[in-house]
Design a protein around this ligand. Sequence first.
Ligand code: AMP
Ligand code: ZN
Length: 109
Amino acid sequence: METCVFCRIVAGELPADVVYEDDAIIAFKDIHPEVPVHLLVIPKKHIASLAHVQTEDAGLMAQLMMALPKLAVQQGMEQGFKTRINTGRAGGQEVAHLHIHLTGRPSLK
Ligand code: AMP
Ligand code: ZN
């Protein structure tokens, strides 16, 4: 059984409010949102942090980056959004599975 909480979400062993999924990545709502829109965008592959990314992960990293503006629009943030990757203990990383925080608020129409 997986012990990593985000691997357990990927495996469907833990519930999550998933807003996007493809072969390589999954995006779901943060359980403790800081702002109206707060997603976590993660690779399905377990990579402990940004500091653990290998050359072979370059394509996967590109997929993650390119999903962000699409997810932002899907969430109504056409006017802009914030992204954050906490890395390591000193960087405030609590869950040791690479994740990108995608935050903001829906644009006023
Ligand atoms: P970080 O401090 O960058 O490691 O952020 C970890 C984030 O994961 C925090 O914002 C938590 O609220 C969030 N989180 C932890 N467990 C879950 C979960 N089971 N489902 C959704 N979000 C979670
Ligand atoms: Zn994991």
